[in-house]
Design a protein around this ligand. Structure first.
Ligand code: ADP
Ligand code: MG
Length: 598
């Protein structure tokens, strides 16, 4: 089976390299906009058609390219940004590998119009399937306009990996958001299918830009941070603990103005929040780390999305300490929103920005604390009454579970441990129930039980306007019918807001802004679901998670009794929607073993 060794043709080599750089429309948008920023552009316009799958056009007012150099743009390893290896450590530009344009041209048709401001005439160039087919003089405004079409037309296998237009469009907007955050001085306009989606005028500073692109909800709940250790500086904005997300995608890290992904630094930021937010909820943050070029290697990833730090331990500590100190000082000064970002002008009534500040303490103990005796009595009466036994008569029951489901018959409620686990004693041992997991399952099954698989919705007394980022709006656009099937009546309002008119009837009260924020996280998770049913279930599970009683909440006697009753009547009541157990049992035998009686 051995084959002869051959050197790959340049065309094939470029296509393979393109696999690393050009994965989807968003990667093209990223590379082209980075080139525009490197060319000194102050005004960048991005036009997407069909989520960038049909065409992507980037228009900039940067330096333009000399006609003699135009052919080189499409050559691999052709760059105006470095000339020797050492330069890459000190380069202030995004590019230096000279790969992007060649890679894009190898998998798409690229048309370029460019003119340097002082040249009387510009140049038009067309490259397709890796070859330049035309270079000619052309009249064009100063700057560069690049249009990419026929993406992956010559590599159909790759075209199949493209996701829905809404998902690709949202990914393009995410890429632009990251670049816009790091370059407040540049004006960005994004259109999709001819409609303006996003506009960020040149901002005075990062804080103004953060206010423009992160959405009003974040800007109403954020703290400015800054810290320094030796020659490493960190600055940015972090969310207050009451503003949380269902994943860590709203943590943006920039190293020397370059957006990066770094699990360790994300972890450093999360570590500071561990004590102040619930498990499985995440903060939002925009963090800029600045350090001398020789301290960081930016050439370890083809799309330069990952970097390697020389002293990663020190930087980890600096990030986690700076974030932790800021959270602590905000808490002690009772000044959670000491630093308010300038809001962007918005046509929609903003739900996040003007929301009154809540103190951390307010949500800690929302329920009255019952005395132990009182609590026990009420529960016992309730549970035993249902079991048909007076509570003072000892009972013997052999069965712990009935038909594979949890039952509370003949169990005595003993109290709460860690304000999270409900403890029940019975003749056969001890059972602990996770109050959040239990409630999650109850709500999910109620949501699903609605007739014909379509969840019944309940109109809000007052429709609520929730502000979102344009990337999030794109995701909602592609999911409106799915969301209406699960009982959400929504309407897109302008380019940065959504009106919530109705929520699923069986969803306990959750502020509409929280529902929308979680849905945006869900819709943007980039996963491809094998079926619509599965996708709906996932969304319902996230709503249930948000609406369920939290851990660390003291429950009243009535609440525990109601929870037990509901749980008994709920199918699949042994595990929560994420598959974790709702109850844990210690049989009498196990207990006796632990005491060495057996
Ligand atoms: P790199 O950015 O790593 O240098 P690219 O393949 O992205 O490599 O681009 C190749 C070269 O094309 C750049 O070095 C730059 O000189 C030129 N170029 C690309 N896009 C633009 C633009 N929008 N304006 C001016 N020059 C550009
Ligand atoms: Mg480049």
């Amino acid at each position: 089976m051995s084959k002869r060794i051959v050197v790959l043709s340049e065309e094939v080599a470029n296509q393979i390299a393109a696999g690393e750089v050009v994965e989807k429309p968003a990667s093209i948008v990223k590379e082209l906009v980075e080139n525009s920023i490197d060319a000194g552009a102050r005004d960048i316009r991005v036009e997407l058609t069909k989520g960038g799958c049909q065409s992507i056009r980037i228009v900039d007012n940067g330096s333009g390219i000399e006609r003699e150099d135009v052919a080189l743009v499409f050559e691999r390893h052709a760059t105006s940004k470095i000339s020797k290896l050492d330069d890459i450590y000190y380069v202030g530009s995004f590019g230096f590998r000279g790969e992007a344009m060649a890679s894009i041209a190898s998998v798409a048709r690229v048309e370029m119009l460019t003119r340097r401001p002082d040249d009387p005439e510009g140049t038009k160039a067309v490259a397709e399937a890796g070859c330049i087919s035309e270079i000619s003089p052309a009249g064009t405004p100063a700057g560069t306009q690049i249009t990419v079409t026929e993406l992956f037309a010559n590599v159909p296998a790759r075209r199949k990996f493209l996701k829905t237009e809404a998902t690709e469009q949202s990914a393009c907007l995410d890429a632009i958001t990251r670049l816009a955050l790091a370059h407040p001085e540049v004006r960005f306009v994004v259109t999709a299918n001819g409609r303006e989606l996003f506009a960020a005028p040149a901002a005075r500073d990062v804080s103004e830009r953060v206010a423009m692109v992160m959405g009003n909800d974040f800007t109403g709940h954020c703290l400015a941070i800054s810290g320094q250790q030796e020659n490493v500086r960190i600055k940015g904005f972090i969310s207050t603990p009451e503003f949380t997300k269902s994943n860590s995608k709203s943590i943006f890290l920039f190293v020397n103005s370059r957006f990066i992904r770094d699990n360790s630094m994300t972890h450093a930021a999360l570590a500071a929040y561990r004590q102040v937010i619930e498990p499985r909820r995440y903060p939002a943050a925009v963090l800029f780390i600045d350090l001398p070029g020789e301290e960081v290697d930016i050439n370890v990833h083809p799309a330069k999305l990952e970097v390697r730090f020389r002293n990663s331990r020190e930087i980890y500590d600096l990030v986690s300490k700076t974030v932790a100190h800021r959270l602590a000082s905000a808490q002690t000064s009772q000044d959670a929103c000491a630093y308010r970002l300038t809001p962007r002008e918005t046509t929609s009534a903003s739900s996040g920005f003007w929301r009154p500040k809540e103190s951390y303490a307010s949500s800690e103990r929302p329920h009255e604390v019952f005395s132990r005796q009182n609590l026990r009595q009420v529960i016992d009466d309730d549970l035993f009454a249902r079991a048909g036994c007076p509570s003072d008569v000892p009972v013997r029951v052999e069965e712990i579970s009935c038909g594979g489901k949890i039952t509370f018959a003949n169990r005595k409620y003993l109290g709460q441990v860690a304000d999270t686990y409900l403890v029940f004693g019975g003749p056969n041992g001890v059972m602990m129930v996770d109050q959040h997991a239990a409630h999650e399952r109850i709500i999910l099954e109620r949501l699903k039980a609605a007739a014909g698989g379509k969840v019944i919705s309940q109109p809000l007394l007052m429709p609520e306007v929730v502000s979102l980022t344009p990337a999030q709006i794109s995701l909602f656009e592609g999911a409106m019918s799915l969301l209406s099937d699960i009982g959400l009546d929504l309407e897109i309002f302008g380019r940065d807001a959504i009106v919530v008119k109705a929520l699923p009837a069986s969803l306990p009260h959750v502020p509409p802004v929280d529902v929308i924020s979680d849905l945006a996280d869900q819709l943007g998770d980039g996963q491809v679901w094998p079926s619509l049913v599965e996708r709906k279930e996932k969304i319902l599970a996230s709503l249930a998670c948000r609406a369920a009683i939290k851990a660390n909440v003291v429950l009243s006697a009535e609440e525990v009794a109601a929870l037990c009753r509901d749980l008994e009547n709920t199918p699949f009541n042994k595990t929560c929607p994420h598959g974790r157990p709702i109850s844990v049992q210690f049989s009498l035998y196990e207990i006796e073993r632990m005491f060495k009686r057996k």
